[in-house]
Design a protein around this ligand. Structure first.
Ligand code: GRF
Length: 191
């Protein structure tokens, strides 16, 4: 059984959706939720789902304590779901090919530092884009730049608000992220 850790900074609706997908799976389970935000709603979700959750500081992320925690808890695969901090190089190297992120737009557009959450959807609308979507990518040392694994698109109409785009993008996240995670973890077995 592969052990998944999810890093989230906010609401955690993706974390919950991923956990629901893997409940009953023989392949993998969500074993740990980590957050840098002591007020994140994901902590309430973790408690409700009965998943161990830990809060860490930015300094602990940088100093290697988070990596040590992942290793001591025998985590095989790391999933970022609405996690806002940059992942340190040591963690990227230790989990290369085993750490992924989801970005709520079609990278390489609308990515990079400071492009998260509703800011992304507002930028998409302001730019007059006719489509947006999700990008699932491996994590490297830079924000939103790792190898792209999967993208899915939705249309953006001229009268769509950022909130409406967010809803469409969330629907794509829920539909695809758990399935892509499952596929990547299955492939670990054949490596
Ligand atoms: C998602 O849109 C994700 O793509 C982005 O942050 C949002 C997190 O939402 N990176 P939630 O915390 O999973 O509800």
């Amino acid at each position: 059984m592969r052990r998944i850790a999810i890093l989230a900074s906010g609401s955690g609706s993706n974390a919950e959706n991923i956990n629901t997908w893997f409940s009953g799976s023989k392949l993998a389970k969500v074993s740990l939720i980590l957050t840098d935000n002591p007020h994140a709603f994901v902590l309430e979700r973790a408690q409700r789902m009965g998943i161990e959750a830990l809060v860490f500081t930015p300094a602990e992320l940088r100093s290697g304590i988070v990596l040590a925690t992942l290793q001591s808890k025998k985590i095989d695969f790391v999933v970022l779901a609405g996690f806002l901090k940059l992942i340190p190089v040591a963690l990227v190297e230790a989990y290369r090919g085993k750490i992924i992120n989801i970005h709520p737009a079609l990278l390489p557009k609308f990515g990079g530092k400071g492009m998260y959450g509703d800011r992304v959807h507002k930028a998409v609308v302001d730019a007059g884009e006719t489509e947006s979507g999700i990008t699932i990518h491996y994590v490297n040392e830079h924000y939103d730049e790792g190898h792209i694994v999967f993208q899915a698109k939705c249309t953006v109409s001229i009268d769509d608000t950022p909130e409406m785009v967010a809803q469409k993008v969330h629907a794509l996240e829920y539909a695809h992220y758990p399935r892509v995670i499952e596929e990547l973890i299955s492939n670990l077995d054949t490596q």
